[in-house]
Design a protein around this ligand. Sequence first.
Ligand code: F6P
Length: 540
Amino acid sequence: MNDWAALSDRLRETADRPIRALFSDPNRAQNFSAILETPATGPILFDYSKTNIDEATRAALLDLARARSVEARRDAMFQGARINETEDRAVLHTALRNLQGSVMVDGQDVMPEVRATLARMESFARDLRDGRIRAAGGRVTDVVNIGIGGSDLGPAMAVQALSPYADGPRCHFVSNVDGAHIHDVLEALNPETTLVIVASKTFTTIETMTNAQTAKAWMSRAVAEPTRQFVALSTALDKTSAFGIDPARVFGFADWVGGRYSMWGPIGLSLMIAIGPEDFRAFLAGAAAMDQHFLSAPLDENMPVALAMVGVWHRQVCGHAARAVLPYDQRLARLPAYLQQLEMESNGKRVSMDGEDLTVPSGPVVFGEPGTNGQHAFYQLIHQGTDVVPCEFLLAGQGHEPALAHQHRLLAANCLAQAEALMQGRTLEEARALMAAKGLSGEELERQARHRVFPGNRPSTLLLYPKLTPAMLGAIIALYEHRVFVEGVVLGINSFDQWGVELGKELASQLLPMIEGKATTEGRDGSTAALVARLREFGV
Ligand code: F6P
């Protein structure tokens, strides 16, 4: 029997069992949790007891992970093997945060370069924060990071997440090629005291290069030497100098850092400027602690493996198409967007590493909003819709506002209540009793009661951590990175390429001259041709 078949059997055998029935085992909460305590982070708890996974299912999931050689693939990644086979690259974002020792790629130790670049970033960030690096109008008050995808989402998410630690210049983020984005950001800034960071691994991404030119033109209207107030973060050093950026203001990295895994190195410069080099080091240390755990813990105690196997169970075995990420932590508001790229760009693939069609579904749709906002928006469907959406809650033990601790307790109560409601539900009998208590009877009672039934038995997990510190954020992001890695290995796909974004880019470059009226739409499909014509009528 293959490993998926063993899991399908587990699903068949347990599908009708209510999750809540599993709590007849008084130790279930402990037995179906993973705890990681590191000096950098304190204790992190991943509780997956409110899922329908039991001992036998967990064993089958771990058998699958072993059969897919998760441990060997993990070790190969950390050792610098070229596991990104379709691009023939190593995958070593972990080297950006495990700063000790050496990592060999093609017989060369990459760590001296990593440490040297980090030291240059730190010296730049310190000089900027302390006012030694100045703009035309004096001290730099604002930093604009221009980038998209992995060159935007990581630092944008982290700067917001760690705002209680921010004591440097204000950081702003421009990503969309829609001119409204850069217009609205620059409008509020003074070019004489603004530094622009152009963040692009390839330095060819059309959105970023277009916005960078717009920023340069904006700066040049007020500043004699605009590119002196530009910094580049890229692997393409020839292109950054063609743009006019001083090589001393370029922070490079190697091709073994994937875009969506790049916030640990130069792409994290805006974060370092915001929170300072010491807190940035703490952020790296938290991630490194998660790396060490991932590398050394046995599979059955390994938190990223547990998170991944819960994901595999819900998506590939149970067939649930979506996954909700629900941070009860307002400053993690951009985490769902960040994870959309990390998870969907990594594992949204239908062909295995060797080019065969997958026999199971690819990764799920990821979406989410912070609690409690989501409760007043889409939780209705999660509780009573016809599809099951596994939920992943995140919650801190403490907020950063001691004077508002009562609000944090209310937040926590809401988080736990949602998880409980999803699992317990409300039976028709209970709903009838509620309606009877309201004085209803007969047909009206029946009708109203049915609307108040919650099917329950809807799975959720909770990541519970002491406080959202820089180290904790690092550990959480590394946890999700490794989860994506493990899920990708189990699927047998390459989690580190993104060929699926290419076709749209190619077609956009063909359509632009048609929209500009410089080429005809002959040969395009009728819908696209008609829409181009209508746009031109609108004076696009
Ligand atoms: O969306 C495709 C992609 O290549 C992402 O993987 C990447 O994070 C983003 O574009 C930006 O790329 P770059 O950093 O090269 O501008």
